[in-house]
Design a protein around this ligand. Structure first.
Ligand code: MGD
Ligand code: MGD
Ligand code: SF4
Ligand code: MO
Length: 729
């Protein structure tokens, strides 16, 4: 390798492909595939566009301080030191006045990567439990819910599986590329694929079975599968009797879902439901990989638990080809430890937003799982995929807006376009407008950053060293090397928290002066420094061990797989999974709308300002079935307004025979960087799905407080092409 080619873990999206980056004269010039043949296919066109993203002329390079009204987008440039001094000073005043819980932090963590949980460390030392993240709608909340049933969060054993069940999840060549490649490799070995998706998705097109369920009915579908599996005695009786509790109670609950009922709820033929259940239950090693689709539904907790239960009762838990429980990597100090969750007092933990009403991914459950987690996994706190100690975002934004039950007046947002990344965007705006201090750590002037008092420029993955560990989801460690220097005034998120901590007198708890020192510390348990790790190779993976529970039991209160959840029972929720109907359609709002279907050229709300990518998808589109379009007098390419009782967005209609009738798809995260200066907050309210999605109680899952993004009522109205979009498409 030439001196300026390095191994990278791409963070443009959150699957973290291993790639190589080339640089010349201190600038990234090219991103290319990995030189290991096993990894060479793991690259997509967003990864290839990294030079355009990292060298983008609009990248923020200097700290900015607001000079106009909040949101007016008027700034002065200041030094990093001045910004940090002023931020610390203002935060101290607010903490003195309102208590430490007045600070809320929103982050993603995927892309900033090198926080090393120092955000939690700082907050825990300060005394604030109010940390929220986009992972509350993604793998983070799945991790927390999985722990209720068997104490950890499994990963599909793609390399050995004989059957893959995709609940919506639709990896493609340019979306979660490594998983797409892993599924293809499994198919080449003869593995079966079952897809449950209202649309004929890319994965559905080539699947062995496709169940076109109505949006939002996944939990009912799983109950139907269990009905077949129990009635036909396809479950693993030995595992159930030795390792599960609550089987009889579960069986009674499942009996409430005869296939006729499930057919009615899901719209899928009952013979097909039975066939799919049999295919899954009888495969020798079958997996249900994680899916975000059940993270974003009104029955989310039940649906995620049902996936866990299916894995367990069919004997697919922690076995070859099933879904495996990794545990902490003994060679690398996990973020769960670095976060110092033990120093936050019980009183402060109890102030966490959501602790009382939607506790499942809050500290409340984390505390209930401490003992078994320590017994089985060696450490009491397991913050897997950062999602097991979170506050509830809806409660946080309500408190920011209303100052009830107590005022949240300071908001620090890092690598997260918060305004567009949760439900009820109107409320988030009001919440942010009611803050006394907002700090954004960003690469670009997003609508969220526009609302800040201070913007700190972030570094990017080509400018920092890292050892990625997938936040304890897997035990793999992968190397990401710095290729070029960051802009002089840019900082990593680690540096930001370190420098803030020093200003708060917590310097002793942040003894590492650089990222490399943090990496040395994290690797010390295996007797290596970062440099030594770097020399040893680009990746390491402990040999997987299956059925570890035989030695340790499961990390639940009973030590068994809890089909009947003792924790949910103690919290006063239904301990057994159930299906809850989402809000119904009406003559005025006749369609079921779902958000998502990720767009190949972008990651979430990002990259709309990167020409090479935007040209591939110039404008947001709403999908509709041809018969629905004809009935409503609509044509492909028409500009429309998609309206719900909560809000409306503007988009272009895409008539697709692969869509399910009666359903509409709205994309996530659209705003218009090119409209900066012309339209308030660069058009953040024109086409963003978060404008449509409510977080009123009737739209929230009970146990986690997760919003219902998959199947809410809406209508579509033809419009002229909006003036502000004349340039688009
Ligand atoms: N309404 C709605 N909300 C959603 C979803 C939805 O479908 N609808 N999806 C949810 C899901 S699945 C997820 S995973 C989350 C994702 O939420 P996020 O991960 O927050 O996703 P992005 O919108 O890409 O915002 C990331 C921001 O980080 C910035 N950034 C990128 N790299 C770096 C870096 O290295 N340092 C710094 N400081 N900044 C960086 C980017 O410029 C971008 O503005 O959103 C969730 N929220
Ligand atoms: N290019 C690109 N790749 C990405 C991302 C990106 O923004 N761009 N984002 C990444 C992130 S953070 C995530 S979380 C993943 C998400 O990626 P996926 O898991 O693939 O999720 P989506 O693409 O939102 O939707 C997948 C399918 O779910 C179906 N679906 C909709 N509603 C329901 C329902 O109620 N039940 C079921 N069973 N299916 C339903 C849709 O028809 C769609 O085909 O993608 C990752 N990959
Ligand atoms: S799929 Fe593309 S954007 Fe995501 S990590 Fe891989 S190369 Fe980067
Ligand atoms: Mo996600």
């Amino acid at each position: 390798m030439s001196k300026e080619t390095r191994y990278s873990v791409c963070t443009v999206c959150d699957i973290g492909c291993q790639l190589r980056t080339e640089a010349k004269d201190g600038k990234v010039t090219r991103v290319i595939a990995h030189d290991n043949p096993m990894l060479a296919k793991n690259i997509c066109f967003k990864g290839v566009a990294v030079p355009q993203i990292h060298n983008h002329k609009e990248r923020i390079k200097v700290p900015l301080k607001r000079v106009g009204e909040r949101g007016e987008d008027k700034w002065e440039e200041i030094s990093y030191e001045q910004a940090m001094d002023e931020i610390a000073e203002k935060l101290k005043v607010l903490v003195d006045e309102h208590g430490p819980e007045t600070l809320a932090v929103s982050t993603s963590g995927w892309n900033t990567q090198t926080t090393h949980s120092t955000d939690r460390r700082f907050m825990n030392l300060l005394g604030s439990p109010n940390w929220i993240s986009g992972v509350s709608l993604c793998a983070g909340n799945t991790a927390a819910v999985n722990r209720l049933t068997y104490g950890w969060y499994p990963m599909a054993d793609y390399g050995n599986t004989n059957c893959i069940v995709l609940f919506g999840h639709n990896p493609r060549k340019h979306s979660w590329t490594p998983i797409f490649n892993a599924i293809n490799a499994a198919k080449d070995r003869g593995a079966k694929v079952i897809v449950l998706d209202p649309r004929i998705s890319d994965q559905a097109e080539t699947a062995d079975l496709h169940l076109r369920l109505k949006a939002g009915t996944d939990a009912a579908m799983c109950l139907g599968w269990l009905k077949v599996i129990f009635d036909e005695e396809l479950y693993d009786k030995e595992f159930v009797s030795d390792w599960c509790v609550g089987f009889e109670e579960l069986r009674q609950r499942v009996d409430e879902y005869p296939l006729e009922r499930v057919e009615k709820i899901t719209g899928v033929d009952k013979a097909l439901i039975a066939e799919a259940a049999r295919m899954y239950a009888t495969a020798d090693g079958a997996s249900i990989p994680w899916t975000p689709i059940t993270d974003q539904q009104i029955s989310s907790t039940s649906a995620i638990r049902l996936h866990s239960i299916l894995r367990a009762v069919t004997g697919n838990l922690d076995v070859v080809g099933g879904d495996t429980l990794g545990g902490f990597n003994p060679s690398y100090i996990p973020e769960s430890e670095l976060g110092l969750h033990e120093v936050l007092s019980p009183e402060q933990k109890a102030k966490q937003m959501g602790y009382d009403d939607h506790p499942v991914y809050t500290y409340r459950v984390a505390e209930m799982l401490k003992e078994p987690t320590e017994k089985v996994w060696g450490f009491p706190y397991a913050d897997i995929v950062m999602g097991c100690h979170m506050a509830n975002p809806t409660n946080v934004f309500r408190a920011m807006k209303t100052e009830q039950p107590y005022p949240i007046k300071a908001f620090i947002v890092l690598g997260n376009n918060a305004l567009l990344s949760y439900p009820n965007q109107h409320q988030i705006l009001e919440a942010m407008m009611n803050q006394e201090l907002i700090v954004a750590h960003e690469l670009f002037m997003t609508p969220t950053a526009m609302l800040a008092d201070y913007i700190l420029p972030g570094d990017v993955f080509t400018e920092r060293n890292h050892v990625a560990d997938s936040w304890s989801w897997t035990t793999r460690l992968t190397l990401s090397q710095k290729v070029v220097e960051p802009p002089e005034q840019a900082s990593s998120t680690y540096q930001f928290w370190h420098d803030l901590a020093v200003r708060f007198g917590f310097g002793n708890e942040f003894p590492w002066q650089s990222i490399e020192e943090v990496l040395d510390h994290r690797l010390a348990r295996s007797g290596r420094t970062f440099r030594e790790f770097e020399e040893q190779g680009f990746m390491e993976m402990p040999i997987p061990e299956y059925r570890k529970y035989r030695k340790t039991g499961f990390a639940t209160p009973s030590g068994k797989v809890e089909l009947y959840s003792s924790i949910l029972e103690e919290l006063g929720f239904d301990p057994l999974p159930y299906y809850r109907e989402g809000p119904a359609t009406s003559p005025e709002y006749p369609y079921m709308v779902f958000t998502g279907v990720r767009e190949d050229p972008f990651f979430q709300t990002g990259q709309r300002n990167v020409k090479e990518l935007r040209d591939r998808c110039p404008a947001p589109s709403v999908f509709i079935h041809p018969e629905d379009a004809t009935r409503d007098g609509l044509n492909d390419g028409d500009w429309i307004s998609l309206e719900t009782p909560h809000g409306k967005v503007s988009a272009q209609l895409s008539v697709q025979s692969s869509m399910k009738q009666g359903h509409l798809r709205v994309p996530h995260g659209w705003w218009y960087p090119e409209m900066r200066g012309q339209e308030s907050l660069a058009g953040a309210f024109l086409s963003s799905d978060a404008v449509l999605c409510s977080d009123d109680d009737e739209f929230l899952d009970y146990e986690q407080g997760i919003p219902h993004f998959k199947g809410f009522p809406g209508k579509v109205v033809k419009t002229e092409k909006p003036e502000h979009l004349q340039a688009a498409s």
